[in-house]
Write a protein of this length. Structure first.
Length: 219
């Protein structure tokens, strides 16, 4: 059995899939690591190394077979089936996610929504009725929910994660800016836009400062 790929490799596979999907949609039959490098910003050497980890995708000297790479990347990433997703926390962020136009493009289907607010419970959002979070176990079971998005405030995230794990969920996409403690066998993927802004700040710190109205410098 193939060992699990390093997280950095998996992240790059997602980038490759996006590029190859565009080529596939345009009817392109063959591409190369150099062409993918120009599109993705990842070196041709790294692309060849990452793809070789999962086998052969083309003929040496002839390039990559685009339909084959497209299908194999979808298989590797588990996107050849429909994953049923629950959203926990139907505030502004949770509702915004339901409006994301490409949510179902790669085989993700919103199957359940949960909240604890009496004013939100029972509302219909994107064709789905918001369920009381207390009924998560039976709802996830009856609707076949396999992963959840946690979009609650930081203070509530750990408790919500524990409820999800208790309901049998083993995959959590966490939007709350906290580290969730979960048992072995449960995978948590954090989404932290503030961390991204801090990384950008790091890269900008040595560059000349543009003088703009209202800009302040902190100690």
């Amino acid at each position: 059995m193939q060992d699990a790929a390093p997280p950095a490799t998996v992240s790059r596979l997602i980038t490759y899939l996006r590029a190859v999907a565009d080529l596939h949609g345009a009817g392109t039959a063959i591409t190369s690591s150099d062409s993918l490098a120009a599109t993705t910003g990842i070196s041709a050497y790294q692309i060849r190394k990452d793809l070789a980890y999962f086998g052969t995708f083309g003929t040496r000297g002839s390039g990559y077979d685009v339909p084959l790479v497209h299908e194999r990347l979808r298989e590797i990433l588990g996107l050849t089936t429909v994953w049923r997703v629950g959203i926990i926390g139907m505030g502004r962020l949770g509702q915004a996610i339901t409006d994301y136009p490409a949510f179902g493009e790669y085989g993700f289907s919103i199957a359940a929504m949960f909240d604890h607010d009496p004013d939100v419970i029972g509302q219909e959002i994107a064709g789905i009725t918001v369920t009381d979070i207390r009924h998560m176990p039976e709802t996830t079971a009856s609707r076949g929910v396999e992963m959840v998005l946690v979009t609650v405030p930081a203070a509530a995230a750990q408790g919500v994660a524990e409820l999800a794990v208790g309901a049998g969920i083993r995959a959590i996409l966490n939007f709350a800016p906290v580290v969730l403690r979960v048992p072995a066998g449960v995978h948590v993927e954090p989404v932290d836009f503030l961390a991204g802004l801090k990384r950008l700040s790091y890269h900008l710190r040595g560059l000349p400062v543009l003088k703009t109205p209202g800009r302040t410098q902190t100690a």
